[in-house]
Design a protein around this ligand. Structure first.
Ligand code: ADE
Length: 226
């Protein structure tokens, strides 16, 4: 659900998300909040009570939109698992949360804009609030896409190689090892011999070492959990 549907449509039409939709592994619908505005100007935002900068998304169109989605789901014999509001004051997105959400069937994502959304929407409709990091963006559309991508790529069959999502950085709290492709020599820089050795045991051991070393150097905080 967004006031800026064009921002979210584009990225869904390319690469992995597009192929996942074509294969029927995900089904993403973009809902324009303005379509649910009831007044004659189709107004979706208004000035904040008490004053202050920025406009606030009005409750009526958002309630109407979510209620329409709940009804559609009910008619299809489904239920909405979570209504997620993207907001910088939400729980920070991390891989475990993406994993957890990938097990849900039906998620509704609400992208806020302007100064925010009327608190009554958050109190009555939103079941989960998620931030994509400690920085402020101008709206929840890009965060919603980040969440969709992080979750969709975990669904079985979405990535070509069934194991590749599991070997990602963060999936086991370690960063990824360096990767190389042809040519073997490029502008004076080569490829580690072990990767060209054909010895899969040594390659696996080298990768593990590299992952540990990189994690120790860049993200020692990740190792604290081990
Ligand atoms: N909306 C604006 N900034 C955001 C962020 N960092 N995460 C989620 N939603 C946002």
């Amino acid at each position: 659900m967004t006031a800026l549907p064009e921002i979210v449509r584009g990225p869904l039409q390319h690469s992995i998300l597009r192929r996942a939709a074509q294969k029927g592994l995900i089904d993403i619908q973009v809902h324009d909040i303005r379509d649910y505005a009831t007044d004659k100007h189709r107004q979706i935002d208004d000035y904040p009570y008490g004053g202050g900068a920025g406009m606030v998304l009005k409750p009526e169109p958002i309630f109407a939109c979510i209620e329409a989605l709940q009804q559609q789901a009910a008619e299809a014999g489904q239920a909405i698992d979570d209504v997620i509001f993207l907001t910088p004051d939400g729980e920070v997105l991390h891989q475990k949360l993406a994993n957890e959400l990938s097990l849900k069937k039906h998620l509704v994502l609400l992208a806020g804009h302007y100064k925010g959304v009327d608190q009554r929407v958050r109190d009555a409709l939103v079941t989960r609030e998620i931030s994509i990091g400690d920085y402020v963006l101008s709206g929840g559309e890009l965060p919603a896409l980040v969440l969709v991508d992080a979750v969709a790529r975990l669904l079985p069959g979405v990535l070509g190689d069934a194991t590749s999502a599991l070997s990602d950085s963060f999936q086991d709290d370690l960063l990824d090892a360096p990767v190389y492709t042809r040519p073997a020599a490029f502008r004076g820089a080569g490829v580690p011999d072990v990767l060209r050795s054909g010895d899969h045991r040594r390659i696996a051991a080298w990768r593990e070492e590299q992952r540990l070393a990189k994690t120790r150097e860049r993200r020692p905080d990740l190792l604290d959990d081990h």
